[in-house]
Design a protein around this ligand. Sequence first.
Ligand code: SIN
Ligand code: FE2
Length: 217
Amino acid sequence: MNTDLFEGVIDVRPAQESMAEGAVLLRGFARSVEADLIAALRDTVEQAPFRHMLTPGGHQMSVAMTNCGSLGWVTDRSGYRYDRADPESGRPWPAMPASFRKLAEQAADRAGFRGFSPDACLINRYQPGARMSLHQDKDEDDFGAPIVSVSLGLPAIFLFGGLKRSDKSRRFRLEHGDTAVWGGPVRLAFHGVAPLADGEHALIGRKRINLTFRKAR
Ligand code: SIN
Ligand code: FE2
């Protein structure tokens, strides 16, 4: 089937979907600003290229990462942390583009988290086969602020679980523009991404990009 024929015609999915109490999926939320996001992304990645970081255990991550904003999330043999500088260049991370910030603030607002002001944006690049195992986002100082997570490019299966690793997780298909927001009672929920299926996205190519906005400090 040529799915291109149907792209952008009608989105039959509900505009909002609850993943759990305090966790919402805003379907297609980023699509109206996709051109601005892609231009800003290109500019950011030129200044701070994607790289495969090492986990504290010495494994190379299948997802390639970079950051923008005043703080960037990094991992290496010494652990997980936020850094003001890109360890590859020693320079500050690129500033958070205005289009990124505005989108994140509007998404948080729409999800009911008023006044979100992220200082960190982790940019994840998934090529076919790349995955993110179940984890909690807990390297931030302030769990009062939500997490805003924007998907661009190829679709992925997002796993959203509970507060314990052993809790059963639910699967959600995230498509280009979909934006997940979680906070409050589920701020520390385990979540992850199943191995990315191969494909080609008209705007992004053979990959998925995820922007994760957080207030780290
Ligand atoms: C993450 O949890 O850091 C990434 C989530 C995603 O790629 O959707
Ligand atoms: Fe995460």
